[in-house]
Design a protein around this ligand. Structure first.
Ligand code: FPP
Length: 247
């Protein structure tokens, strides 16, 4: 039985989020520049998007560029931005054919105009697609998102649209950049690091975490399927006891 056949289609995670890590180490281990790893990372993205579509995942979020990544050497940041523009340009037709709808989370305004324009074009091209939701986190960090939400909420309180008693988790959700997206049931991080790195801190409260030593450029849809099979073997209790969730 292949790993894909081992997946129970009735118990799929609706939303899978991935911290793509290890591009730099992958390239350096071969005596190449870090950007070489990012370039090969695009192949991993393609395979994983394809795999998610094949098994019927609803939402796939990829952490492509964090707020902190702006602190990397200028040439790496520029190369990553160029790679993004190129990837969006090259992949949009195929995404459309596969009915993939693109969404972004993050500080859109901080991106270079060329990236914003290419993204805006792709978002519009894929606007009516009704298949997999592919969410790219760009210039994103959870603390940026949560403080932004707090500021927007404070504005609404000040103008009387919201009162103190209205402030419950479900309301706070509406102020996040992920407001129409369900929380991820499964969070994957590649490259053997055991960190969350400021990613979706609010949304992963009850996510199952899956860490793999595979470096991102080597990650393929089969690795995603392995993570899903592992997820399906876990008992999700949400703070209750085993007996309670079993009944
Ligand atoms: C982490 O590896 C990877 C990134 C910061 C960038 C990920 C970007 C891509 C895969 C390119 C295109 C993306 C899309 C969505 C088309 P790292 O550089 O932190 O690796 P290291 O930990 O080994 O240094």
């Amino acid at each position: 039985m292949t790993i894909k056949e081992q997946i129970d289609r009735d118990r799929l995670p609706r939303h899978v989020a991935i911290i793509m890590d290890g591009n730099g180490r992958w390239a350096l281990s071969q005596g190449n520049q870090r950007i070489f790893g990012h370039e090969h990372g695009v192949e991993a993205v393609r395979s994983v998007v394809e795999g998610a579509g094949e098994v019927g995942i609803g939402y796939l979020t990829l952490y492509a560029f964090s707020t902190e990544n702006w602190l990397r050497p200028r040439e790496e940041v520029d190369a990553l931005m160029n790679l993004l523009v190129q990837a969006i340009n090259d992949e949009t037709a195929s995404l459309k054919k596969n009915r993939v709808k693109l969404l972004t989370i993050g500080d859109f305004d901080s991106l270079p105009p060329v990236v914003r324009e290419k993204l805006a074009w792709s978002l519009e091209e894929l606007r009516d697609c009704d298949g997999l939701r592919l969410i790219i986190a760009l210039s994103y960090s959870a603390r940026w998102e949560i403080t932004r939400a707090a500021r927007l909420l404070a504005d609404d309180v000040r103008r009387g649209a919201v009162c103190d008693a209205d402030i419950v988790p479900q309301l706070f959700d509406k102020y996040l950049t992920t407001k129409d997206i369900p929380d991820p049931e499964l969070l994957i991080r590649t490259s053997g690091e055991f960190r969350i790195s400021n990613f979706l801190l609010w949304q992963i409260a009850y996510s199952e975490l899956y860490f793999t030593p595979v470096l991102w450029p080597d990650f393929r849809k089969e690795n995603l399927f392995e993570a899903i099979v592992d997820y399906q073997q876990r008992e999700r209790r949400f703070g209750k006891t085993s007996q309670q969730v079993g009944t």
